[in-house]
Design a protein around this ligand. Structure first.
Ligand SMILES: [Zn+2]
Length: 93
């Protein structure tokens, strides 16, 4: 896959179900046999779930535990707070 193709390939937000560019989303990765991790750089290989870089989506994702559903595993509280912090950090810029 070339870089430009990769860019056009959109991902779905787990909270609002909108398709967005990869750089508009936060990524959480589930590596097989391990607990899910927040992947701000988008570099960790594994099964990914995506949330818009939008406080509303982040809040909704946390409330509805959508990441657990997307990744088919328990997602620690910690992951949601990491995403929330990253989101708040960006909003403050
Ligand atoms: Zn969203």
């Amino acid at each position: 896959m070339t870089r430009s193709q990769e860019k056009r390939f959109k991902r779905q937000c787990a909270a609002c179900r909108q398709m967005r560019e990869r750089d508009e989303l936060f990524r959480v990765v589930k590596v097989k046999g391990e607990a899910p991790v927040f992947d701000p750089e988008g570099k960790i290989p594994g099964r990914g779930a995506y949330i818009c870089r939008d406080p509303q989506c982040v809040r909704q994702a946390e409330k509805k535990r959508v990441l657990s559903r997307s990744l088919h595993c328990a997602v620690p509280e910690d992951i949601y707070s990491q995403i929330r912090e990253a989101c708040e950090g960006e909003a403050g810029l």
